[in-house]
Design a protein around this ligand. Sequence first.
Ligand code: GLY
Length: 454
Amino acid sequence: MPEDLKVLVFDPGARGHVISDAYERSHRVRKIIVAPGNDFIGFYRHKEVVVDENCDLKNLDSMLAIAKKYRPDLIDVAQDDAIASGVGDILREHGFVVFCPSRVAAQIEWDKKWSREFMIRHRIPTPQFNAFSSTRIAERFVDEFYGENPYDARSDALYVKAAGLAEGKGALRATSYQEAVACIRRMSWFGEAGRTFLIERGLSGEEFSYTVMADGTGVYHAFKPAQDYKLALPFDEGDQTGGMGCIARTHVIEPLSRAEIEQELVIKALDGMVAEGRPYIGILYVGGMKVRDESVSSGYKPYCIEFNSRWGDPEAQVVLPGVSNYAELAIATVEGRLGQKVIIEDALYRVCLVGATRGYPRDYHAALGKRIYGLKEAINCPFVEIFGAGIKMEGRKFYTNGGRLFSVVGRGPDLLRAYERALTAMSRIYIEGNNLQWRTDIGWQDRDMLLRSL
Ligand code: GLY
C-alpha cells in the first residue's frame, strides 16, 4: 500500500461525509473520492476531495465504473445496499483493495431471517421471532397472540420487520391486533424486502449501538458505545426513520460492562461467522438492548436486536470524529493484521442532531427544493461539525434535496456541553417555509443521569 493513498468511499449521506473526514485525518491519505456523496461534502476540506454524483449504489456496473475511473488504493463500501449487492467481492476480483464484508458475511444484515437463525445457532440472546411470507398466516398468528381482546391495546408489543433492507424503516411496532395487522399489510410497501417478514416479541429495556471493526482472524476493536434515536418525533413518537439523532459515549449500557456485551454479542457472532465459513472482515454494528434479568449477577442481560454490516447512520457521526487513525485501522483490517493496531480515540462526548425535511419520513415532497439558511453560521459555532446528506447547492446557496438533510454534531467534555453546543448550532439553521424538523430530546436518558448526579 503506497504512502500517499487515494481512497474511494461509496455512500450518499452524512455517514459518507464523516467517513471521508476520518480518512482525511490520516497523513497517509492524499485524495478522497466520495460517490455519489452530496453537495455539502466538498466544503471546508483540507485535502483534495472529489464528489462524483454519477454513481448508483444499486447498480454494480456503475460502482465498478467509478472504481476504474479513479483507480483508488483503497475502497470503503459504506452503504447497506451497496454492501448487500456484493460489489465488494466484485471489486476485489478486479484487483481493488476493499474495506467491507463479503456478500455472504453481510447476510447478517441483508437477510434478517437468516440473521435471527444465526443468532439462535450461536446462542446470541435474541427476541423470540417467527418468520412469514403469507399475510394470512401472519394475521392468524397475531390474532392468537392478542387472544380474546383483539381490539384493546395491550402492553405486549410485537415488531413486524421486513427481512430485507428497507433504509432502516422496516421495523414497525404494534401493541394490539389491529395495529399488528396494519403493520403486516405495510410490509408490501417495502417490495421485495418485505416479501418475507418477521414478527418478534418486543423486549423492554434500553437500546444501545455497539460498533466493532474485525479482520476475520478473531481480532476486533470496539468503538465507544452510542445511543441512536430512530423515531421521527420527540418522546419517541412518529414513524421509524433512518435515525434522527445519536450520542456517544452513552452510559445507558451500565451496569453491563463492555466485556459482557462483547462476550455475548460480538465474540459469539465473529466466532460463529468463522465457524460457518464466512469470516467477517469490516465494520460490524450491533443494535443491542439491555434487558432486566434477575438470573444474572448484574441484573441485566444484553440482547441483540439487529446486526448491521456497516456503520450506523447517525452513529458514525458521533463516534468517528473522535478517531484519529481510521485509515490505518481500515488498512490493517484488510491486511488481516488489526492485532498490531489500537484505536486512537479521544475521550469527548458527542451529540448529533439530525435536521430533516418537514414531513420526513412520510411525505416531504412539498418541502423539497426549499432554501436552507444559516448552515455556514452553524458551522462557525465552536466545537461543532456539520455533515451533509440531502443538500443541493446552486451557486453558493443550499437547498433541501432529501429527507435527512444534515447532522449537526456538538462535542464537549460532558454530554450537557456537547448537547448545548449542538443545540446552539441547530438554532442558527432555518428552512424556507418553516420546513426544518428535528428532535430536541436526543440523549435525554444520559442527560437525566448526569443532572441527577450533580
Ligand atoms: N442508526 C441505525 C442504522 O444505521 O441502522
